[in-house]
Design a binder for this molecule. Structure first.
Ligand SMILES: *Cc1c(COP(=O)(O)O)cnc(C)c1O
Length: 459
């Protein structure tokens, strides 16, 4: 709060009109989409909080950079600009561009994981875990217990429980752990940060066992803001300095630039180890594209380079971004809406188990709430609960996660606080009418990442 500007630290130069719809129209659209908000047409959405991924508004400088695309097959100047930005801002020597974050995860998993390995992490991210499993590994959750409790207020719910990691090492041996994959501002926990002290402790433990740390760097800039606000000793450091310090604890990073870096597409894998770099480079060529474009156009790499610098150029950008999320959170908290506490960095996570306490988890309360909020207001959110968790590979049963959430992710620099008021009013209105919602029945279920394509019927 102390570092936030009074209003948006930017002004609006281009606008995109949005279609206004009626409740009847939205009811028909939701039915046609099988009650899955992923299957809605975006033009039918009023305020789109499905994701903060690739939905940022780019700056005039980024758009100008798009016109400077060097679309050479090899050695594009935009690649060198992107490489330099990663080196300067995040501090890694070697950079491999990828089409987006999962491209980096794919290469990393293929390079490092052998059949039967274990990859500990502070909660899973869907694409990360799938790539680990496809490479023969098993994800192990080592986040602090508080992260699984939606209403336990803790400043760093993204922290690792070091004793859980030690227990795993004792059980399977350090040799079966190719690396630890640690996320900043943990999405599945509600955008909750990890503290610098915890990262330093993890580094120390990993040094003892000669374990590598790979950072999921997607929301490191947001995480840095929380460290500045909440962790003693960081108040007078710049976001840029804190970001560098976070990365100094990692051996490598995977990155989806579609979040912190303010672009619509792009990602990278970066590291300091030359041997790993060479191996990853070869896989990049097979799966993404030549190592100086990795599935991206030259213009996209330029937008990434500029976005990376902008995200840490001053502290106002990130302060405003996070405080807008806090603003929406405060309004909902004041109205008694059950949300994950404390409010995280990139969105509000409504506790659907509490909101719809009369709907059992096999009737998908979070998905039910997502569909109802769209019909109520044209606001689109995303399920993060039973549908996202998928089925247990051994038993074939739904994995019922402790957190059954409706995520309202806030795109960067896209909406004003007037939009946030519309969202808050709609959620509050729906809360008053919640008893009318009965849940959903799944009528179509894809095998992998079922949340994208699953279809439902209203109960
Ligand atoms: C988005 C995201 C990814 C995957 O990146 P994509 O660009 O969507 O492929 C990985 N980890 C986290 C934490 C993310 O938010």
């Amino acid at each position: 709060m102390m570092n936030a500007p009074q209003a948006e630290p930017f002004k609006i130069k281009v606008v995109e009109p949005i279609k206004m719809t009626t409740r009847e129209y939205r009811m028909a659209a939701m039915k046609e989409a099988g009650y899955n908000t992923y299957l809605l047409k975006s033009e039918d959405v009023y305020i789109d909080l499905l994701t903060d991924s690739g939905t940022s508004a780019m700056s005039d400088s980024q758009w100008a950079g798009m016109m400077l695309g060097d679309e050479a097959y090899a050695g594009s100047r935009n690649f060198f600009n992107m490489e330099k930005a990663v080196q300067e801002v995040y501090g890694f020597k070697y950079v491999i561009p990828t089409h987006q974050g999962r491209g980096a995860e794919h290469i990393l998993s293929k390079c490092a994981i052998r059949q039967g390995d274990y990859i500990p992490g502070n909660m899973y991210f869907p694409s990360t875990r799938v790539h680990q499993e496809l490479a023969g590994g098993t994800f192990v959750d080592i986040i602090v217990d508080e992260a699984h409790e939606p209403d336990v207020n803790h400043p760093f719910k993204g922290n690792v429980d070091l004793s859980k990691l030690e227990k795993l090492i004792a059980e399977v041996g350090a040799k079966r752990i190719p690396y630890i994959h640690i996320a900043t501002c943990v999405n599945m926990a509600g955008g909750q940060p990890i503290s610098m002290a915890n990262l330093a402790g993890l580094r120390e433990l990993c040094n003892k066992y000669k374990l590598r740390i790979v950072l999921d760097n997607t929301r490191t800039v947001e995480n840095a803001y929380f460290i500045k606000e909440r962790e003693p000793g960081f108040q007078n450091k710049s976001i840029k300095e804190i970001v560098r310090e976070i990365c100094s604890h990692a051996d490598a990073v995977t990155m989806s630039c579609k979040k912190d870096s303010l672009v619509n597409i792009g990602g990278f894998l970066a590291m300091n180890d030359e041997h790993f770099y060479r191996k990853a480079q070869s896989l990049c060529i097979i799966y993404e594209g030549l190592h100086t474009y990795g599935g991206l156009a030259g213009r996209d790499m330029e937008a990434v380079a500029r976005g990376i610098y902008e995200s840490v150029a001053d502290d106002f950008h990130i302060a405003w971004r996070i405080e807008q999320v806090q603003y929406l959170g405060e309004r909902l908290i004041r109205a008694g809406i059950p949300i994950v506490l404390p409010v995280g960095g990139h969105g509000i996570f409504i506790d659907a188990k509490k909101f719809l306490s009369h709907v059992s988890q096999d009737k998908f309360p979070a998905e039910t709430l997502a569909a109802a909020l769209y019909v109520e207001s044209g606001v689109r959110g995303m399920e993060s609960g039973t549908v996202s968790a998928g089925r247990d590979k051994k038993t074939g049963e739904h994995k019922y996660p402790k957190l059954e959430l409706l995520r309202l992710a806030i795109p960067r620099r896209v909406y004003t606080n007037s939009h946030m008021n519309v969202v808050a009013d709609a959620v509050i209105k729906l809360y008053d009418k919640r008893k009318a919602l009965k849940g959903l029945k799944m009528t179509f279920e894809p095998e992998e990442m079922r949340f994208f394509h699953a279809r439902f019927e209203n109960l």
